[in-house]
Design a protein around this ligand. Sequence first.
Ligand code: SME
Length: 165
Amino acid sequence: VQGQASGSAAPADRAGTYALVTEQVASLLEVCPGPVAAMASAAALLKDTFDHFSWVGFYLPAADGSLVVGPYQGPLACIRLPAGKGVCGAVATSRRTVVVPDVHAFLGHIACDTRARSEIVVPLVKGGRLLAVLDVDSHLPDAFNTDDKHGLEAIAERLARGWPT
Ligand code: SME
């Protein structure tokens, strides 16, 4: 139907699927020699597992406080997000997960993909240092629930804890 959001549904057992993916990420970390391999592998695994994700990837803090795009899966995205701007900037500052059910209602949302309707951003923090933010977009409105929040936070925590250096 014209005007209706495209995108596919989340798996029926979202929490169970996240538990499996978290285990897979833990296994991947054992063989990843560096953070790029870990982020690229996690992004590929997440994008291929969850049909309600249109874009998934990482933004990394730069010396000037901006965020620079890292490994991701999905359509071409913004390369650099100015310090403190957008959903990612808000999460980099607060270091708390932000769920945005409607991107058009989030003041300062940065639209890399005009089809994106909802978003979730989770920080990766280790020893008080922000390593990255994990960003997920969906073409569906209100695509992310508490299972996504808890699941993505568990994956971010696992990645941060095992961050290969
Ligand atoms: N929407 C994000 C920008 C990154 S893209 O979604 C990939 C934001 O507002 O920070």
